[in-house]
Design a protein around this ligand. Structure first.
Ligand SMILES: Cc1cc2nc3c(=O)[nH]c(=O)nc-3n(C[C@H](O)[C@H](O)[C@H](O)COP(=O)(O)OP(=O)(O)OC[C@H]3O[C@@H](n4cnc5c(N)ncnc54)[C@H](O)[C@@H]3O)c2cc1C
Length: 234
């Protein structure tokens, strides 16, 4: 059952030029599953409330983290003005974008801020050494847009069964990536054994739908092999 909690901000981390993570100090972290989301309300104002994925893993016991792409909205401005020690009202856990407990081979397709629940799931897999074979195909405009880049590099070093393939809109000297948008060619190149995997798609609804079509209509995967999280609001 979701519960409502008042939580203080422990730390704020700038992830790239317009994305920040907020780590909340919570006495006893309520049980949640990697990939779930919370609601965040600022100043008790129901107009300043959003759903955001939890970007930390249940294995990271000292805080609960969410990560927001900051826009010009009232919510984003209010969030951006917060400091360590300020308090927020959160409610969690929600959502079914979670591991099923039996798929030993999985793949993630994501773009931009859609990485947040995937970061949580990957960190969980690595920390628990689950033995799950996971490929992430992560699309961004340019290298400066990539969120959790160092984090994923560290995870790959610790856990060879995780592989990250970057897709960028433009080539970047010295950076290994595919160029373009995620399409069936990139999926086949980066995930040759795609038929054996369960897929997790996350991002803005239009992007998630485009990726679903690639998998279901172009590559012929059954809908039961596709789990989706739509970031409604983008
Ligand atoms: C299950 C779920 C999980 C999600 N997880 C995440 C997550 O982990 N991270 C994340 O960032 N988002 C996540 N989202 C999306 C999130 O809930 C918001 O919809 C999204 O972040 C946009 O919110 P916003 O406040 O920035 O913009 P909105 O208020 O939705 O505004 C939309 C656009 O209008 C513009 N705008 C709005 N007001 C003004 C203004 N006064 N002046 C000028 N321009 C304005 C903004 O610049 C913005 O681009 C998730 C959504 C769902 C449903």
């Amino acid at each position: 059952m979701p519960a409502e909690i008042e939580a203080g901000i422990k730390e704020i981390i700038q992830r790239n030029y317009n994305v920040k993570s907020f780590r909340l100090e919570i006495g006893d972290i309520l049980d949640f599953k990697a990939g779930q989301f919370l609601s965040v309300c600022i100043g008790g104002n129901p107009k300043l409330k959003k759903y955001l994925s939890i970007s930390s893993s249940p294995t990271e016991k000292c805080y609960l983290e969410f990560t927001k792409k900051l826009s010009e909205s009232d919510f984003s401005r209010a969030l951006d003005n917060l400091k360590a020690g300020d308090r927020l009202t959160i409610r969690y856990p929600f959502g079914k974008f979670i591991l099923d407990g039996f798929s030993s081979k999985i793949a993630f397709l994501s773009g931009g801020i859609g990485i947040t629940p995937i970061r949580s799931i990957c960190k969980y897999i690595v920390d628990k050494n689950l033995g799950t074979d996971a490929v992430l195909v992560y699309s961004n405009r340019s290298v400066r847009d990539i969120i959790f880049k160092d984090d994923f590099e560290a995870m790959q070093k610790n856990y060879p069964l995780l592989r990250v393939a970057h897709v960028l809109c433009e080539t970047e000297p010295g950076f290994k990536c595919s160029v373009g948008l995620i399409d069936s060619r990139i999926v086949k190149n980066e995930i040759p054994d795609y038929r054996q995997r369960k897929f997790y798609l996350c991002g803005p609804p239009q992007m998630v739908e485009a990726m679903r079509k690639i998998l279901a209509e172009e590559l012929g995967l059954g809908e039961e092999k596709i789990v989706r999280e739509n970031f409604q609001g983008y």
